[in-house]
Ligand binder design. Structure first.
Ligand code: UT7
Length: 311
C-alpha cells in the first residue's frame, strides 16, 4: 500500500477586503497590488472567529469528502503560525470539537510550508504501521498578526483553512516523492515581532523564485516522472510572479496551475490545502493525474511532493 490523500475540504471567512478597501487604510493602490502580487481580494475573519473555528469547518468538510467519521482518526496535525493561544494546541481544540477521541494531536510550526510538513509527517506514521487515518489541517488567522499600518505586508495576507485526510491508498496511487527543507539562517527575512509580521519582501522573493522551481523539479525527478507528465501544479499562493517561476520551470500551461491568490491572498499554511480542495471539487484533478504541491515560508522552510491522485 502507498499513502495518499483521500479527502479534502476548505473554509474561508465571509468578509472580503478588496484592494480598494486597502487604499483607504495605507498608501497603496489596486494597480500596484494586482501587478506586483496577483491579489485582488482576501477574506478576513471577524473578531469572534479564530483559527480553530476555521480549521474545524475545513476538517468537517474533509472528513465528509473522505467518507470517514471523527472516531476513525488516529492523529490530527494542524499546521499554523496563528494558533488561538500558545496552548492548548489547535489540534487539541479540533480533536475535542470533532469528538475524535481516538486521535493523538500535534501542531506544526513551519509557516507557509506547514501543510507540506504535516502531510509528510502523516505519511511516516501511516507507513510505520502505527496509524491509519491522519487529518492534516493548514489554518491561519493572519489578520490578527498583520500590521495594518505597513503597506509592505498588509496587502498580502488573508485568513482561511484547508484540510486533507491522509490514508493508505492502492499501490499505484499516492505520494510518489517528497522533499522537505529548511534554512534557519534566513530567519530574519520573515518573522513575528511584537505580535506583528515583519518581512524583507525582496529577500523572501529571491529565496522563493529559486526554491519553488528547484523543489518542483526535484520531486518530479525523484518520482521517476518527466516534466511533461505533470498534470497540475498547486503552488503556495504567495505571489503570482513566484508561482509563475515554478510553472515556467516545469513547462506547464497556465490552465494547469491552481491560482486562488487572486481571491484569497496569501493564507500561509492554509494556501496549499485550500487551493487543492478547490481544484479537486471543481473536477480539475482526476483519478490518475500527476500533481505537484510546492511551498515555502518563514523559517525559512520549504516542501514539495509529487502525487499520483486517487485512492
Ligand atoms: O509566504 C511567504 C510570504 N512572503 C512572500 O511571499 C513575499 C515575497 N515577496 C514579494 O512577494 C514581493 O517582494 C513584494 C510583493 C512583497 C514586494 O514586491 P517587489 O516587486 O519586490 O517590490 P519592492 O519591495 O521592490 O518595492 C518596490 C516599490 C518600493 O518603492 P520604492 O522604494 O521603489 O519607491 C516600495 O516602497 O514598491 C513600494 N511598495 C508599495 N507601493 C504601493 C511596497 N509595497 C507597496 C504597496 N503599495 N503595498
Amino acid at each position: 500500500m502507498a499513502t495518499g490523500i483521500i479527502g479534502v475540504g476548505h473554509y474561508v471567512p465571509e468578509r472580503v477586503l478588496t484592494n480598494f478597501d486597502l487604499e483607504e487604510i495605507v498608501d497603496t493602490n489596486d494597480e500596484w497590488i494586482r501587478t506586483r502580487t496577483g491579489i485582488e481580494t482576501r477574506h478576513i475573519a471577524d473578531d469572534g472567529e479564530d483559527t480553530s473555528d476555521m480549521a474545524y469547518q475545513a476538517a468537517v468538510s474533509a472528513l465528509a469528502d473522505a467518507d470517514l467519521e471523527a472516531k476513525d482518526l488516529d492523529l490530527i496535525l494542524v499546521a499554523t503560525i496563528t494558533p488561538d493561544q500558545p496552548f492548548p494546541s489547535v489540534s487539541c481544540q479540533i480533536q475535542d470539537r470533532l469528538g475524535a477521541s481516538q486521535a493523538a494531536t500535534m501542531d506544526i510550526s513551519a509557516a507557509c510550508a506547514g501543510f507540506m510538513y504535516g502531510v509528510i509527517t502523516a505519511k511516516q506514521f501511516i507507513e510505520g504501521g502505527l496509524y491509519h487515518n491522519v487529518l492534516v489541517i493548514g489554518a491561519e488567522k493572519l489578520s490578527k498578526i498583520t500590521d495594518w499600518t505597513d503597506r509592505n505586508t498588509c496587502v498580502l495576507f488573508g485568513d482561511g483553512a484547508g484540510a486533507a485526510v491522509v490514508s493508505s491508498v492502492s499501490d499505484d496511487r499516492g505520494i510518489l516523492s517528497f522533499e522537505l527543507g529548511a534554512d534557519g539562517s534566513g530567519g530574519q527575512a520573515l518573522y513575528q515581532e511584537d505580535d506583528k509580521i515583519r518581512m524583507n519582501g525582496r529577500e523572501v522573493f529571491k529565496f522563493a523564485v529559486r526554491q519553488m522551481p528547484e523543489s518542483s523539479v526535484k520531486v518530479v525527478e525523484k518520482a521517476g516522472l518527466q516534466k511533461e507528465d505533470v498534470d497540475y501544479l498547486i503552488p503556495h499562493q504567495a505571489n503570482i510572479r513566484i508561482m509563475e517561476a515554478a510553472r515556467n520551470r516545469l513547462g506547464i500551461s497556465e490552465d494547469k496551475m491552481a491560482c486562488s491568490i487572486k481571491k484569497y491572498g496569501n493564507t500561509s499554511a492554509a494556501s496549499i490545502p485550500i487551493a487543492l480542495s478547490e481544484e479537486v471539487k471543481a473536477g480539475k484533478i482526476k483519478d490518475g493525474d500527476h500533481i505537484v504541491l510546492v511551498g515555502f515560508g518563514g523559517g525559512l522552510t520549504w516542501g514539495a511532493m509529487a502525487i499520483r491522485w486517487g485512492k
